[in-house]
Design a protein around this ligand. Structure first.
Ligand code: PXP
Length: 238
């Protein structure tokens, strides 16, 4: 059965909006696991806009399923990952001004740098995934870099699905072709970004898909479905 990795970054986004202790992504991770999540993903960005170092170290102690740390392939963050020792690392591109991870890693143009990063992480027993656009050459370069896994960026597919006259079928085809290449090259196949309750099933049905990483839509829905109870609890208290 396909697995669900829940990305808890935006629990931390809410906390950082007030620099308070709540909501705590560490507590949120436990709830996600009890609800059936197969893994917990958190992105320690270089600008620390949501997840903080403290979160990653505590998650390492509390997550019982699998901890997947998203991060840039940069020296300082790699050093931290080697201390945390998550089960998996997913290497992603990072730009300071972006709202979210906008595109996949260009593995083709930085094969050697990524190969070195993969080697260092493997040395600590960490499995490595590369977050890439669904393009054959990026998949092949990922295999060359020694990755265990690729996570295909589904953001373009999600955008096309959301447009009134979008072309999601062409994007889905790209995802299917890249998926086939990943499997042929012995890579574990994951996907994520922009997946929600309306657009997820065609991606989940791609042959050989192992795990989907979903964050924003789940956290956004949690706020809406939880609001009624939260207001009632305050009203009861008053
Ligand atoms: N996978 C990767 C590599 C990501 O960078 C993100 C966003 O942080 C996700 C999955 C989850 O995307 P979303 O929050 O849109 O579900």
């Amino acid at each position: 059965m396909i697995k669900l990795g829940v990305n808890i970054d935006h629990i931390a986004t809410l906390r950082q909006a007030r620099r308070e202790a709540e909501p705590d992504p560490v507590a949120a991770a436990a709830i996600c696991e009890l609800a059936g999540a197969d893994s917990i993903t958190a992105h320690l960005r270089e600008d620390r806009r949501h997840i903080q170092d403290r979160d990653m170290f505590l998650l390492r102690q509390t997550v019982k399923t699998k901890l997947n740390m998203e991060m840039a392939a940069e020296k300082e963050i790699i050093k931290i990952a080697l201390k945390i020792r998550p089960d998996d690392v997913c290497l992603v591109p990072e730009k300071r001004a972006e709202l979210t991870t906008e595109g996949g890693l260009d593995v083709v143009s930085q094969k050697n740098k990524l190969k070195e990063a993969v080697k260092r992480l493997h040395g600590a027993g960490i499995r490595v995934s590369l977050f890439i656009d669904p393009r054959e050459e990026q998949v092949i370069a990922s295999a060359f870099a020694g990755a265990d896994c690729v996570e295909l960026h589904t953001g373009k597919y999600a955008l096309e699905r959301a447009k009134p006259h979008g072309k999601p079928a062409a994007e889905l085809k790209r995802l299917e072709l890249a998926s086939r290449t990943a499997l042929e090259n012995g890579l574990i196949l994951n996907a994520g970004h922009g997946l929600d309750y309306r657009n997820v099933l065609p991606v989940a049905n791609i042959n050989g898909m192992n795990e989907l990483n979903i964050g924003f839509s789940i956290i956004a829905r949690a706020v809406i479905v939880g609001l009624d109870r939260a207001v009632r609890e305050m009203k009861d208290l008053l």
